[in-house]
Design a protein around this ligand. Structure first.
Ligand SMILES: Cc1cc2nc3c(=O)[nH]c(=O)nc-3n(C[C@H](O)[C@H](O)[C@H](O)COP(=O)(O)O)c2cc1C
Length: 293
């Protein structure tokens, strides 16, 4: 969470009461170098009835618009608008995007393969079952079957702590926020993760912003279980980097990954002797039994 410095305030007397327009500046340099957020608020008495925010990362390089100038223009326009039609500002108009109240999930399993009955899906089902055996709730997200759009790089998540892209991400964000263990089950695709899983990871910038802007921290351990067609360790070099970066960005502590190669030859993880036990043991090591007391 960041401390705000007030830049400018203006008090406006109206028949609907006294309003204050306030422009504050937040130095978000601890999140990204040079990131500054400008927030313009309209307060009626002490109640915030309208908020507008913009940050310096929203303007692409070479852009003609300057975010500080934009905030100052919004400040003047709001001052004018509040003075000329104060009745519009008598009730709060707060822009937010509440996350679904879908309860909490102990173990969240992100299944990255498009194949509903492929190897990653099989591994996901072992993990789901192992969580159940430990008395924990779990949920597998079959990412390919969800509507997950790519991050647009708009950076507005750092303004309000939510992402404006309208798709199925809120349920994932909600689940990740409450999880104690996060498992990524994925095949290697062109040396990295499949596109939908990558899109989901990028969109978790929203979760990063929620942590930084709203102070909602993720406290989870993470496990990567990856499968690849080719043999050896080489197919996993990029995947482990990508998944580690995803976890590190969110403060998830990764355990040693389980990497399973040679599937172009073997075809089916179910036929690899001892593998199911190894995956279950890797997950079990991260599971703390629920405190029934
Ligand atoms: C589009 C595509 C790209 C792939 N790229 C790689 C790769 O770069 N390296 C590799 O070892 N295997 C690669 N594979 C093979 C898969 O990782 C392998 O078949 C895996 O077992 C599929 O997992 P699934 O059954 O969970 O879908 C690729 C497969 C597909 C369909």
């Amino acid at each position: 969470m960041v401390e705000s410095a007030a830049e400018k305030t203006q008090s406006i007397e109206t028949p609907e009461g006294t309003f204050t327009i306030r422009l504050t500046l937040d130095d978000l340099g601890s999140i990204y170098p040079g990131m500054i957020r400008y927030t313009v608020e309209v307060l009626r008495g002490t109640e915030t009835v309208y908020t507008y925010a913009i940050n310096s990362y929203e303007a692409p390089p070479g852009s003609l618009f300057d975010t500080q100038e934009v905030a100052e223009i919004v400040f003047s326009r709001l001052a004018h608008d509040v003075a000329s039609r104060p009745h519009i500002y008598t009730r709060p108009r707060l822009f937010t995007r509440p996350l679904p109240d879908s309860g909490t999930t102990d173990v969240v399993i992100l299944q990255g393969s498009p194949r509903r009955f492929g190897n990653s899906a099989r591994i996901a089902s072992w993990c789901d079952d192992e969580a159940g055996r430990a008395g924990l709730s779990s949920r597998i997200f079959y990412l390919q079957e969800m509507n997950i759009r790519a991050c647009t790089g708009c950076y507005t998540c750092y303004d309000y702590g939510y992402c404006p892209v309208d798709d199925d991400m809120p349920q994932i964000i909600r689940a990740l926020e409450s999880a104690s263990v996060i498992v990524v089950c994925t095949p290697v695709y062109t040396s990295t993760v499949p596109a939908t899983l990558k899109a989901m990871m990028d969109r978790c910038q929203w979760l990063h912003a929620r942590e930084k802007v709203l102070g909602r921290e993720v406290h989870a351990r993470g496990l990567l279980v990856a499968v690849a067609g080719r043999r050896g360790t080489e197919p996993f070099v990029c995947v482990t980097h990508v998944v580690d970066a995803f976890m590190e960005n969110l403060g998830i502590l990764p355990a040693a990954p389980v990497l399973i190669g040679d599937l172009d030859r073997v075809r089916d993880v179910g036929t690899i002797e001892g593998l199911e036990g190894d995956v279950r043991a890797a997950l079990r090591a991260l599971l703390a039994p629920r405190d029934e007391g």
